[in-house]
Design a protein around this ligand. Structure first.
Ligand SMILES: Cc1cc2nc3c(=O)[nH]c(=O)nc-3n(C[C@H](O)[C@H](O)[C@H](O)COP(=O)(O)OP(=O)(O)OC[C@H]3O[C@@H](n4cnc5c(N)ncnc54)[C@H](O)[C@@H]3O)c2cc1C
Length: 307
């Protein structure tokens, strides 16, 4: 059975995790990069059999090339089509899936083969349940599993595809929200919850974030009920997912809607004065105590560490 796979890539997000998952199928893997040539050059050393590169013209969003990407997918006729949950990758995948008449599935975490069928493990119920789904035909999946480090190999040559010049979408403006989206990619994130007693106390959190070289995130009530921080800082199922090296949860109870947003964090440290707080079940290190006593100690520790 032909188990060839095609991975649609618009940025580096989750590519290591996707590769790891697709390798379980055993067939050749092609990368279709819809993005800058530098991205294609980077992934060319990540173990793909082929790397195709379609570079969007200046100011043209990747999604404008969905018809072209669908044609590429049809020519390759992969058994498995996979993309990350990045916004533009998802759209390109949808167009290609329609062209291939493939089974579509989201929240893919792992893949395997059972005879001629592909078995997809996908998460559901806020990550509390993993379902295994068998598909006899071709599959188009959106991968939202954890990223893993990639082992680089000898690069393959990148096959450039001329971008269709008749696209009719273009970028006409950029408005950065307050603070940009730096929080989503920062290596350290300090998350503040409703355990903070007053808006003024955010100064203490800002001091910690500066000492730890971290971005500030928050739980939903801090934005929606208290209106202390803006929406782009909210972490959780209905807002941002973050994957920092370190996530420090301060005065956050640890409800699933929040914790699902930090499931890809490498280390979670929780500080809460309630020993029964749910967050302690989902952290690597837990400190039971008053954040107002612990945060100043953390600030000193980070200052010492960072010189
Ligand atoms: C459909 C839906 C979607 C949702 N989406 C999201 C989402 O995306 N993100 C999100 O965050 N929430 C989301 N929620 C809300 C979520 O269910 C929780 O209500 C919310 O995460 C709780 O926020 P919190 O932990 O800051 O507040 P609380 O649950 O009130 O917890 C505050 C914690 O602070 C501790 N505390 C108090 N004082 C101190 C102190 N001095 N020192 C140390 N600890 C202290 C308390 O012990 C407590 O555990 C969603 C809810 C629904 C229904």
């Amino acid at each position: 059975m032909n188990m060839n796979s095609l991975m649609i890539i618009t940025d580096q997000r989750r590519v290591g995790g996707m590769l790891n998952a697709v390798k379980a199928l055993g067939g050749p893997i092609t990368a279709a990069v819809v993005g800058p040539r530098s991205l294609a050059d980077t992934v060319s050393a990540w173990g793909f059999e082929r790397v195709l590169c379609l570079e969007p013209a200046q100011g043209v969003p990747a999604e404008a090339y969905s018809a072209q990407v669908a044609e590429v997918a049809a020519a390759i006729a992969p058994r498995l089509l996979l993309a990350s949950d990045a916004a533009s990758s998802r759209m390109l995948l949808a167009a290609a899936a329609a062209k291939l008449n493939a089974n579509v599935i989201g929240a893919v975490r792992a893949l395997s083969v059972d005879g001629d069928a592909i078995v997809i493990s996908r998460s559901t119920a806020d990550d509390k349940v993993l379902e295994d789904i068998e598909a006899a035909g071709s599959v188009a999946g959106i991968f939202s599993g954890a990223d893993v480090d990639v082992i680089t190999t000898q690069p393959v040559s990148v096959e450039q595809i001329a971008a269709d010049s008749s696209t009719n979408m273009r970028l006409i403006g950029v408005v950065e929200s307050e603070g940009g989206n730096g929080m989503l990619t920062a290596a350290r994130v300090v998350g503040v919850g409703a355990g903070l007693a007053a808006k003024d106390d955010l100064k203490l959190i800002e001091e910690l974030a500066a000492a730890a070289r971290a971005e500030i995130g928050c739980s939903l009530p801090v934005c929606e009920d208290l209106r202390w921080l803006s929406e782009h800082r909210v972490i959780g199922s209905s807002h941002s997912q973050v994957s920092p090296e370190l996530y420090i949860a301060l005065g956050i109870s640890g409800q699933p809607q929040h914790m699902t947003g930090v499931r890809d964090a490498k280390i979670v440290v929780a500080i809460n004065n309630d020993p029964e707080a749910r967050v302690f079940k989902f952290c690597n290190y837990g400190i039971i105590g008053d954040l107002y006593k612990i945060v100043p100690a953390l600030i000193s520790a980070f200052k010492n560490m960072n010189g």
